[in-house]
Design a protein. Structure first.
Length: 151
């Protein structure tokens, strides 16, 4: 916390004061555009199937799949009309792009030795001997062999 001249603590600075004002304005504008387009794009925005931003006088919509992109291209005229009525006349174009979703980083689990108790292998062999379906019985026998360690 900051201390003013008389030794008392002052309130911490708001987080927004650390962010470049140009970025704050862009973020605020994008949020306004999202609100204006909720009537048209609401479900897609809620499901996070699309991302919306601006690039000068162009509204850029990044979507995850080609079917969604096709649907959005048919809605371009309605989006421009809606944005104009909502106070965004500078947005004259809509560009739809397909973007791959960012995969979540998953750590690789170390490979572990998997073993099956011998009683489970015996139970699988016994079950296989009582089954008339040859493919299923063979599958159970293979599983029993793998579990017992003999390949």
């Amino acid at each position: 916390m900051n201390r003013n001249g008389d030794g008392k603590r002052s309130a911490p600075r708001p987080l927004a004061s650390y962010i470049d004002p140009a970025w704050r304005m862009r973020s605020r504008g994008d949020a306004g555009i999202r609100r204006a387009l909720e009537g048209i794009l609401g479900p897609l925005l809620e499901q996070r199937r699309i991302d919306v931003t601006t690039d000068g006088g162009t509204l850029v919509i990044a979507c995850r799949d080609p079917a969604c992109a096709t649907e959005l291209r048919f809605l371009q005229r309605d989006m421009r009309k809606t944005l104009n009525a909502a106070g965004y006349p500078a947005i004259e174009q809509v560009r739809v792009v397909i973007s791959a979703p960012v995969p979540a980083a998953t750590p690789m689990a170390p490979q572990t030795e998997r073993t099956m108790p011998s009683s489970a292998s015996q139970a699988l062999r016994a079950a296989a001997s009582g089954i008339t379906d040859r493919r299923l019985a063979d599958a159970l026998r293979r599983l029993a062999r793998r579990g017992s360690g003999s390949r």
